[in-house]
Write a protein that binds this ligand. Structure first.
Ligand SMILES: [Zn+2]
Length: 65
């Protein structure tokens, strides 16, 4: 079960990106969301802290939608 993180800093479009552990784009300034079977649950958790939140295109992809 992978750990997920959300970037504390928003992207240019205002979204906070959600990353899975091991992503090469994992930001330094991040919040640990927890371990989730499905990325969608991680995204929901991220949105409790930061909204809007969006899946990282590199590690999340379709799994987080
Ligand atoms: Zn990522």
């Amino acid at each position: 079960m992978p750990s997920y993180y959300v970037d504390r800093r928003p992207q240019a479009n205002g979204h906070h990106q959600v990353h899975a552990q091991g992503c090469p784009y994992l930001p330094l300034y991040r919040l640990h969301l927890g371990d989730f079977v499905h990325g969608a649950a991680a995204l929901r958790e991220a949105q409790r802290h930061y909204a809007p939140a969006a899946a990282c295109r590199h590690c999340g992809g379709e799994n987080l939608r």
